[in-house]
Design a protein around this ligand. Structure first.
Ligand SMILES: Cc1cc2nc3c(=O)[nH]c(=O)nc-3n(C[C@H](O)[C@H](O)[C@H](O)COP(=O)(O)OP(=O)(O)OC[C@H]3O[C@@H](n4cnc5c(N)ncnc54)[C@H](O)[C@@H]3O)c2cc1C
Length: 345
């Protein structure tokens, strides 16, 4: 530990050289409650972190960082489904592997998404046509102030695209301690996206989908263990039909997805790429050469480099398309989360 506190370089996948006053590993609900109260009594800010794969520390964190490492997977079944109760500190990808090892299908499209199970409901993680909301049964939430936990069933979680009730109503003073997952035995493969469309729905196995997803992700996305990044930096913007038509008239190749409410989701990566920003560099930060939606720590970046680059990218996209990209990554300042849109505005 230095004078600045404890280094978070290995606790944020951007690998930024930031510090927290104190870092505590948490492996049970009781230690979580105790650590929370001790920090609050000392008038310190507290941040709960999983694996730091969806955060941008814009500066040092002036407080106690609680690393959620609450483990445990239990599994029951009935004639129709498997039911998993998973501790929030389990690694998501390891959970996907566990299910396949036990011949339980349904999570294979979500392979290799970094992070903890407890963070998965917060932004309703999704990939290759599947989102957490498709498999989530419930989320167990602890009120740290009074130690009381409650179970929110999937219909109460207000899941949306990279969104849930946990981003809005249960931020300060709440911790997700477990997630319930229901995987139906009447498995139907989801092959609607990317390379998966080439697989045969009649013969494909969950293992084949898993292998394809892993291979594609390894090919296309930078590995945070090698090159610091937090996955997609911005969300795909959802615009009105009218706005989408204007853009499509001018740029017919922009990928788009019609939403259930008839709004249109546009591919943010394509918008950034068409501003010729791949490889664009500011300080130690760069737009990834293959995936324009991913900002990377290419060479000893500091937080300001990533912020400056994010702001630059956003301004270029506004100038060309009049679309304001919103960060998907959560921004953390000295005392906790701050408004990311204001930060890059
Ligand atoms: C290379 C790469 C690829 C990615 N690909 C995808 C993808 O395909 N799809 C996708 O959806 N995401 C993707 N992500 C984003 C990331 O993996 C997910 O958002 C993941 O769920 C974050 O988990 P985490 O444990 O690292 O959360 P953290 O970054 O540690 O935390 C994220 C936020 O949740 C809060 N939090 C964490 N745990 C808890 C808890 N138990 N209770 C309450 N609050 C909590 C934190 O305070 C923070 O605000 C990718 C990231 C990377 C680096």
């Amino acid at each position: 530990m230095s004078n600045q506190g404890q280094s978070l370089k290995h606790l944020n996948t951007f690998a930024l050289p930031v510090y927290a006053t104190r870092v505590i590993g948490i492996n049970s609900v009781s230690t979580l409650i105790t650590a929370w109260h001790e920090a609050r009594m000392a008038d310190q800010s507290v941040l709960l972190l999983g694996e730091g794969s969806n955060v941008l520390f814009v500066e040092d964190f002036s407080g106690t960082l609680l690393l959620n490492r609450i483990k445990g997977i239990s599994c029951t079944e009935d004639s129709g489904a498997w039911y998993l109760h998973v501790g929030a500190g389990e690694n998501w990808h390891q959970l996907v592997c566990y299910t396949l090892q036990h011949c339980i299908r349904g999570l294979e499209n979500l392979a290799l998404i970094p992070g903890c199970v407890g963070a998965a409901p917060i932004q309703n993680i999704g990939a290759y046509g599947v989102e957490l909301q498709n498999v989530c049964q419930y989320v167990d939430l602890l009120d740290l102030n009074n130690g009381v936990s409650q179970r929110l069933m999937v219909e109460d979680c207000q899941f949306g695209y990279r969104d849930s009730i946990f981003k809005h109503c249960y931020k300060e003073g709440f911790a997700i301690i477990a997630v319930g997952i229901k995987l139906t035995k009447a498995w139907i493969p989801t092959l609607s996206h990317g390379d998966l469309t080439q697989l045969d729905p009649l013969t494909v196995t969950a293992e084949e989908i898993f292998n394809q997803v892993c291979a594609t992700r390894r090919r296309k996305l930078p590995d945070p263990a090698v090159t610091g990044n937090a996955g997609s930096f911005f969300k795909n913007p959802i615009v009105s039909r009218k706005k989408a038509m204007e853009i499509l008239k001018k740029y017919p190749r922009v990928p788009y997805y019609i939403q259930p409410d008839h709004c249109i989701k546009l591919a943010a990566g394509w918008l950034i790429d068409s501003c010729a920003l791949k490889g664009h560099r500011i300080g130690g930060a760069a737009v990834h050469q293959q995936q324009a939606l991913v900002l990377i720590n290419i060479n000893n970046a500091v937080s300001q480099d990533i912020l400056d680059l994010a702001r630059y990218v956003r301004r270029q996209v506004v100038a060309k398309f009049a679309i304001y990209l919103e960060p998907e990554v959560r921004f953390i300042a000295a005392n906790g989360e701050i408004n990311s849109v204001e930060c890059v505005g």
